[in-house]
Write a protein that binds this ligand. Sequence first.
Ligand code: C2O
Ligand code: CU
Length: 486
Amino acid sequence: MQVTRRSLLRTLAAGSAALAAGTVPMRPEPAYSRPLGPVIAPVSGETVRLDLIAAERQLSLPCFAGRRLPLWTFTDAALPPVVRLRLGDRLVARVENRLPRAGEHISIHWHGIRLPNDQDGVAWLTQDPIEPGEAFDYAFTPPDTGTFFFHTHCNTVEQLGRGLAGILIVEGDETEPYDAEEVLVLRDWRVGDAGFLPFMTDEGASRAGSFGPIRSANGAPAASFRLPASADVRIRVLNVDASRLLSLGVEGAEAAVVAIDGIAVPPFPLKAWTMGPAMRADIVLRTPPEGGTARLVDYRPAKPFLLAAISTAGPPRRTGAFDPAPLRAARIAEPDLGRAERLPLTLSTTATADAVSAALEGPAGGIDDLCLSDRTFWALNKAAWPADGHRRLPPPLMVLRKGGSYVIEIANTTRQIHPMHLHGLTFKVLRSNKRDLPVHHADTVLLLPKERLEVAFVADNPGDWMIHCHLIEHQETGMMGYLRVA
Ligand code: C2O
Ligand code: CU
């Protein structure tokens, strides 16, 4: 980080506070000055209609180097549609299934939206699947502003793997307008020389997931944004990959995280923010002066990987130190931590996963001898989602009282990382035994190997809500269940 005189002064002030509290700051941080904006009541009240037609389309993207691939998409474009609403708008979406494969049913899950249970899009749990040739109408009014996305919820490893996803943005959270906005959608493609690779592999499903050999940012090897100079720019970053974890950082500019999973957080400096599958981060970046460049990168590979190249033009929009405008606070009920009931959620492998991992670590060939017919590698509270679970639903993992405050103590007993996602309720991440995380709202949270983490929420949305790993191969090999709020 570049130390300017101004940031040094702020740093010293922050440092003396830390010293007074008995800790010595390892790395001085700039402090931003402004609190979250007041909550805003839904305005608008308009209806936004959306037509989605899931079908196979031969399409190309810059990251495919000129090739066309049989993508599954919701529109005629290869990139996911970006749907924008204003807070208070009602979304009315007609979804038609025209997928070419018999029995390839769909439903749409509106990831991160606290909506009525019957709109949540989980086949058999909240609705009948939409079979090929059928259509379904969704209608709901999102209660929160932010950066969300939507995807199907069965055979997701292939359906998402072939492209079926969309971006959903609910506007109205800015306390003052930023100078520009971009959306950065990150994902890999399981594509080799002969087309799509198998979307699920035993090695991937039992370990860290099957990665796509082709990485993409907005459909290109890297995105490029031409932005106003010396400006405060909002970038909505979404990791919609089925497996990949990335560590978002910035080079050549200052940037702050202002929202996580769509929900405002007091701005904090962006250094290396880890984003698992399905996680989103909104950042505000002060662009360089005219002619300058900056880069968004993934610090996870040995060498920083370029996600987006930023160039600037025009007169400077801002002078003075970078002090990003915060977003408006969300209207999410505050859990009563003093009276909250505490419930454990333990992530574990099944015996099969241990055997597969051992076989994979041993001499080549061992895996073929194992019986993996049920392909169940993962469990929640010792229960793996049954192979035909959607037809014969297992009992809920927990039954919660409507309106009650809960703290879920999530413990990862495995050697893999799991992005755990809860439908229908936005939780507050309180603390981890391994990381110094800001307290923040989220709908998906990473559990590092052997990490224990506490999340809290008010169970104010009745229904059956899936809770599962969003590393899709883990989800589809057992790591899913549901909570009942009644
Ligand atoms: Cu985005 Cu049940 O998931
Ligand atoms: Cu997982």
